[in-house]
Design a protein around this ligand. Structure first.
Ligand SMILES: [Zn+2]
Length: 102
């Protein structure tokens, strides 16, 4: 299986650091680099803000993932299972320590 190399839809360059960082804030959630958004025509920034806001309004649990150079995105089912498992574990620890203090 080959990985699709993500590219900015405006400059067609692959992601990188600083202004080359890709975010899924282009039209329809396409990848755009920071340089093209902030140094380009104002419509790009307006579109990026719209895309970002749309993600924040999502009722799903969101996750910030630096590794993917993506902004907030809904958690996958697997990530949710891991999170809820950890939360359950914390609840068990808390209940145990409550019993001990009385
Ligand atoms: Zn670009």
């Amino acid at each position: 299986m080959t990985m699709m190399k993500r590219k900015c839809i405006y400059c067609n360059q692959p992601g990188g650091v600083g202004k080359r960082e890709l975010r899924p804030y282009g039209p329809g959630g396409s990848d755009v680099c920071a340089g093209c958004v902030f140094d380009g025509p104002p419509e790009r920034k307006i579109e990026a803000e719209k895309q970002f806001a749309a993600r924040l309004m999502c009722p799903d649990t969101m996750i910030l993932d630096d590794r993917e150079q993506a902004g907030p995105r809904p958690m996958t089912a697997r990530e949710k299972n891991e999170l809820y498992r950890d939360v359950d574990k914390l609840d068990e620890i808390r209940m145990d320590s409550d019993k001990g203090s009385n």
